[in-house]
Design a protein around this ligand. Structure first.
Ligand code: S3P
Length: 451
């Protein structure tokens, strides 16, 4: 269903001047974007499909799966836990042979940079009667896990954590009790971890959420016959289903598509289409934000795959004006804030983003890095508590961006640097590979010849 990228785009010549160790994006002429483009498979759906396939006894097939570093982290840990997975290669179907139960890992389970891997796995391991030690890279080891381990402990798992709230930790699973829990934050990772504990433990789970978060886990579980009721303020899960081998077509990731749409918004002229991308309403809240900024965007639904709607997104070069993003909108655009804040840097007036506390515990302290990097390239940006203020400017943006190894910071500033007149040096562009393999080539391919 999802075809390989169409060859209707012309890579822009003399776009990227490479230096060591960073990449300087410098462009002097007018920029025009065009073409129909694809983005890699959805990261959230890929993680979930891999995890569920590993526990579905038999052979499952995943087409269009993300093959980026985060997805490889999930594949690697699942092999350690006894599942057989074919290599994650772009364009190749991932074949997973799952077993009803994981086997005890012989070494530490290293989740790399992936918070989704660590948290969702904790939920699954909570119902397995053995001990595992979970760890990750320096960024992941700093990220909060108690929000997940506390309710899992209430369900019956045993967790031994170091004094700081993060990894490594040891989890010993067991027989689980039903759970009713009030989530302290709107987090799909936390919600999914607890639902997955309910699946493997065979117990009901009722969750109260302060705001809605992405609902891929709920949609997938319904496919397996689980009774999952999503209502305003929470979700009620009953263990009525059973995991069985499946086939899935994974759509493109809307959180990757925003980098292409934003490139169009920032260009001097042109329109681009991103085809075959997921348009689950819990993921495309950012389209409404783009519209408020003044960006011309459109959605055209294409169909449904495994309970997930997909279609095409279109964006056109636009002149933008400042907006306010209230705190209650943030969970719906959590991964897109870096790009939206960079767009605000090119919008007329002062934009304010409220209630960004969760950004501080992503792959980096995204709030601090966003403000510091915007200032580093010549934009007036400041933080007050958990709020970010960005005043747009029309002058060429120049300076060096520190990514802190954070893929979304790297990509947002690379897009900002692709504007005419700007010259932005991104210190570690390679970290985009965490979620978007081939990002630099895709970005270069948006611009028509002569740019
Ligand atoms: C994800 C949920 C989000 C998001 C992350 C992926 C998921 O985090 O930031 O990139 O797949 O569940 P939270 O909703 O947990 O904040």
């Amino acid at each position: 269903m999802f075809r390989a990228p169409e060859k209707d785009t012309i890579p822009a010549p003399d776009f990227t001047r490479r230096t060591r160790p960073g990449v300087v994006l410098a462009r002097s002429r007018r920029t025009t974007v065009a073409g129909t483009h694809r983005v890699p498979g959805d990261k959230s759906i890929t993680h979930r499909a891999l995890l569920l396939a590993a526990l579905a006894p038999g052979r499952s097939s995943l087409r269009g799966a993300l093959t980026a570093e985060d997805a490889r982290s999930t594949a690697r840990v699942l092999r350690q836990l006894g599942a057989e997975l074919s290599p994650l290669r772009p364009g190749a179907t991932v074949e997973v042979t799952g077993h009803r139960r994981f086997t005890q890992p012989r070494a530490r389970v290293d989740c790399g940079n992936s918070g989704t891997t660590a948290r969702l796995l904790l939920g699954l391991l909570a119902a397995h009667r053995f001990s595992s030690v979970l760890t990750g890279d320096a960024s992941l080891r700093r990220r909060p896990m108690r929000r997940v381990t506390e309710p899992l402990t209430t369900m019956g798992a045993r967790v031994v954590q170091a004094s700081h709230d993060g990894l490594p930790l040891t989890i010993t699973g067991g027989r689980l009790r039903p759970l009713e829990w009030r989530l302290p934050v709107a987090s799909a990772q936390l919600k999914s971890a607890l639902l997955l504990a309910g699946v493997v433990g065979g117990v009901p789970v009722t969750l109260h959420e302060p705001a809605a978060s992405r609902d891929h886990t709920e949609r997938m579980l319904r496919h397996f016959g689980f009774d999952v009721e999503s209502r305003v303020g929470g979700v009620i899960f009953k263990p009525t289903g059973r995991l069985a081998p499946f086939e899935i077509d994974i759509p493109g990731d809307p959180s990757s598509a925003i980098f292409l749409l934003a490139s169009a918004a920032l260009a001097d002229a042109g329109t681009i289409i991103v085809a075959g991308v997921g348009i689950n309403p819990s993921r495309i809240g950012y389209l409404a934000t783009l519209v408020r900024l003044g960006v011309a965007v459109a959605v055209s639904p294409g169909g449904n795959t495994f309970g997930e709607p997909f279609g095409a997104l279109t964006a056109t070069a636009s002149s933008m004006h400042a907006i306010d993003v209230p705190a209650d909108e943030v969970p719906g655009v959590i991964d897109e804030i870096p790009m939206l804040a960079c767009l605000a840097a090119r919008a007329r007036g002062t934009s304010r983003f409220f209630g960004l506390a969760e950004l501080r515990v992503k792959e980096s302290d995204r709030l601090a890095l966003l403000a510091a990097n915007l200032r580093a390239v010549g934009v007036d940006a400041s933080i007050d508590g958990d709020d970010l203020t960005v005043t747009g400017t029309a002058k060429p943006l120049r300076g060096r961006v520190i990514t802190g190894g954070d893929h979304r910071i790297a990509m947002a500033f690379a897009v900002l640097g692709s504007q005419s007149g700007s010259r932005i040096d991104v210190d570690n562009p390679a970290c985009a590979a965490v979620s978007f393999p081939g990002f630099a080539a895709t970005l270069a391919g948006l611009f028509t010849a002569g740019n």
